[in-house]
Design a protein around this ligand. Structure first.
Ligand SMILES: Cc1cc2nc3c(=O)[nH]c(=O)nc-3n(C[C@H](O)[C@H](O)[C@H](O)COP(=O)(O)OP(=O)(O)OC[C@H]3O[C@@H](n4cnc5c(N)ncnc54)[C@H](O)[C@@H]3O)c2cc1C
Length: 451
């Protein structure tokens, strides 16, 4: 006891312990990383589908299976609406990325299950069910409404699972995605008008009443959110340029504010009934409740934000994110690898002197924000300028790469915890280089500035 260990020796012991811990968590599987609320949500999703199993108790025919899948589809759409609502997800977890992943997974594969419903129905009733279109009876109208719901769903699926990020801009994808809100009411009308299950199973009517109420509440919450009513109101105190095209917005809460942990982000809505985009809270003063965002003008919304003036009211909802959660608890040296404005999740950690190494790639010296904070942080810093061809006394030239990391950290990269935040191509390349270089995936944490 009392024996003094060098930093290297301490890190080595910690590394061994961490390795053991990693092995143990790998043995338990990825579910081990989920909190109990997330597991509860997954359990609820699963049980809600089981609820419809009694519909299969009669003869298993194309018709009964098709009907069962129809109800599963309705339930699935409701879950998608729930998972797409930040106000609800926030009650379960701040990890919006996890909820979005689940939303995407359920949307991508759920659609394929739902597509079985029209197939089974057409195989039972024949093609005449859908073609030529008829509006002669209530049943026919119900079928047409179902076809409309499925067509809208197909557009949403195509634009989300296939075209998003490729042939479709984020904004157009978002606009089309809002169409998803009409699917649930259309499906409900379709099921009510065409189905006989409701009269056969009284419990089904009660259940549908319950889930319809949930749907209505979510819609009302969404509208209230859009109007800024469910968000915290802040006054703009100051707007200060901190680097090329980057402005720091200092905000003061008008009533209750948010309490973000270092590295967390919040949705910033500049105007009532306007868009809300995610930005990291780069500063937070616990005493006054003031928060700051450091925002780079890159596109229509972030450019429009630059017109905000001191005294304007803005709407904030959050906090979200778990990206740098472990930094405070990490017992190994922390390495931040940053591209451009990706520095924002690290500002508060740099102020608290929790970053050991900082590798920061920017285009030119003009892009370096919060230089003083970085200098005072004690982090061993390498700033790499991509527009510079030769290194100078303070800056390196080119890009952050494995050669630079190894030169600064030594060859045993598995002794460090890595945090990556920057443009997606840079992050993808460094993630690959790190894993190829033997760094465990568990030791690499990433924040993409796109959800
Ligand atoms: C968790 C997180 C933290 C972020 N922190 C910062 C920060 O501290 N400082 C900063 O300057 N930027 C930050 N960003 C990026 C910022 O959100 C985008 O630059 C901004 O939304 C771009 O909008 P635009 O209309 O100006 O540009 P556009 O050109 O229209 O958008 C560019 C890209 O931003 C993404 N994006 C746009 N709107 C949204 C949205 N509502 N939700 C999710 N993604 C969207 C899309 O991937 C889109 O392709 C962060 C992003 C995320 C996801």
């Amino acid at each position: 006891m009392g024996q003094h260990l060098s930093k290297e020796e301490a890190y080595k012991i910690i590394h061994e312990l961490r390795k053991e811990q990693d092995d143990r968590s790998r043995a338990v599987g990825p579910m081990a990383a989920l909190g109990y609320r997330q597991l509860l949500l997954l359990g609820l999703v699963f049980c809600s589908f089981l609820f419809y199993v009694p519909l299969l108790s009669s003869n298993l025919t194309g018709l009964t299976i098709g009907r069962f899948i129809g109800f599963i589809g309705l339930q699935l759409i409701l879950w998608q609406v729930i998972l797409g609502s930040r106000q609800i997800v926030r009650l379960v977890t701040p990890n919006l990325l996890w909820a979005n992943k689940l939303h995407r997974l359920m949307g991508t594969y759920g659609f394929l299950i739902i597509a079985l419903h029209p197939l089974l129905m057409v195989s039972t009733y024949g093609l005449a069910l859908v073609w030529p279109p008829s509006f002669a009876s209530t049943f026919d109208i119900g079928v047409r409404i179902g076809v409309l719901a499925f067509s809208v769903l197909s557009v949403i699926w195509l634009t989300s699972a296939i075209l998003r990020g490729r042939a479709l801009s984020w904004r157009w994808w978002k606009r089309l995605h809002l169409l998803a809100y009409i699917i649930y009411p259309l499906l409900f009308i379709h099921l009510t008008v065409t189905g006989s299950s409701l009269t056969r199973y009284p419990w089904l009517s009660a259940w549908l009443f319950t889930i319809n109420t949930v749907f209505l509440v979510i819609i009302l919450l969404r509208i209230a959110g859009w109007a800024g009513l469910t968000k915290q109101r802040y006054k703009v105190v100051a707007t200060t340029p901190v680097a090329k095209d980057v402005t720091r917005f200092l905000l003061q809460p008008l009533k209750k504010g948010i309490t973000p942990r270092p590295g967390q982000f919040a949705y910033f809505q500049g105007w009532r009934f306007g868009e809300a985009h995610p930005f990291t809270v780069s500063h937070h003063d616990e005493a006054s409740g003031e928060i700051s965002f450091s925002i780079k003008a890159v596109g229509p919304y972030s450019k429009k934000l630059q017109s905000l003036q001191p005294g304007d009211t803005v709407f904030i909802d959050g906090p979200y994110g778990v990206f740098t959660k472990e930094i405070g608890e990490s017992d190994r040296p922390v390495v931040a690898i940053v591209g451009g404005i990706g520095i924002t999740p690290f500002i508060r950690h740099l102020e608290a002197k929790r970053i050991d190494y900082l590798f920061w790639g920017v285009s030119s010296q003009d892009d370096i924000a919060y230089k003083e904070t970085v200098q005072k942080s004690g982090a061993k810093t390498s700033i790499v300028l991509s527009e510079q061809s030769k290194p100078t006394a303070n800056y390196l030239a080119g890009r952050v790469d494995m050669k630079l990391l190894k030169a600064e950290l030594g060859t045993s990269l598995s002794d460090y915890d890595f945090y990556l935040c920057g443009p997606p191509p840079m992050m993808a390349s460094l993630y690959q280089q790190l894993t190829d270089g033997g760094v465990s995936e568990n030791a690499i944490h990433q924040e993409k500035f796109s959800l």
